[in-house]
Write a protein that binds this ligand. Sequence first.
Ligand SMILES: Nc1ncnc2c1ncn2[C@@H]1O[C@H](COP(=O)(O)OP(=O)(O)OP(=O)(O)O)[C@@H](O)[C@H]1O
Ligand SMILES: [Mg+2]
Length: 261
Amino acid sequence: MTSTLASPVPAPTSAPLLSARDLRQSVSGRAVLHGIDLDVDAGEHLAITGPSGSGKSTLLHTLAGLEPPSSGHLLWAGEDRTGDREAERARHRLLEVGFVFQQFHLLRGLSLFDNVVMPGLLARTSPRRSVLRRGRELMEQLGVGELAERGVGEASGGQLQRVAIARALINAPRLLVADEPTGALDSAASATVMDALAQVSAAGTTLLVVTHDPEVAARADRVVRLEDGRITGITPPVPEPSAAPPDRAGSGRSQHRAGRG
Ligand SMILES: Nc1ncnc2c1ncn2[C@@H]1O[C@H](COP(=O)(O)OP(=O)(O)OP(=O)(O)O)[C@@H](O)[C@H]1O
Ligand SMILES: [Mg+2]
């Protein structure tokens, strides 16, 4: 993988990139999340599954800083950010978190390229020229470089979702969150989006993906199962290879990483 997709080198810390501690969230006055404890390591690829209405989107939005939790704590690289004000959370979202949605949420009045670079230009952290270069490189790497000048109505769903992934990466976020990224796609288009997410993960960006699709979940390092606003299980999606020695201490993902503390 070339450098454009690569996540910035994380600050030297042993803390998980993201930690939730007894996280609770209400939506329209109704309790939706009832005490979530979860650690997500830098570079990890986590899937969140569960029945409709179980609170997956609410959990993703809360972890990503779209809404402050009703109670509990949210830590970013070991630092408690629960009390951040909206302006701080907005800056954090712009620079540290990329968002991908089921319906792409690309702006129709802009070219696909302008969609990709817009958050980079808004951030004002890099010169315009380097944002434009990064936008071109991201689109190339995600296989949509030739669509730069097209509009939203002139590309397929799978292509639009890869454009949305490029946009999500324009500010080199440490975390990418995706809510049902293949939910609006047929299986061929889903495969191209799954490959794109795998590419992003391989380049080191931490991924949180809400999905109903077992194939999407199977690509993750761990799968979190949510039911009625509670974590009811965390599993590695793929069994350990049977040829491996039974005790491979230190390898693979621990089931117990979440829920501690
Ligand atoms: N804007 C809202 N107003 C009122 N209740 C809401 C709102 N958004 C979500 N809820 C409620 O919060 C609960 C959790 O919703 P959430 O969208 O997080 O579930 P989900 O697991 O993402 O579901 P789905 O798989 O259908 O996307 C549900 O009971 C839902 O009805
Ligand atoms: Mg949802």
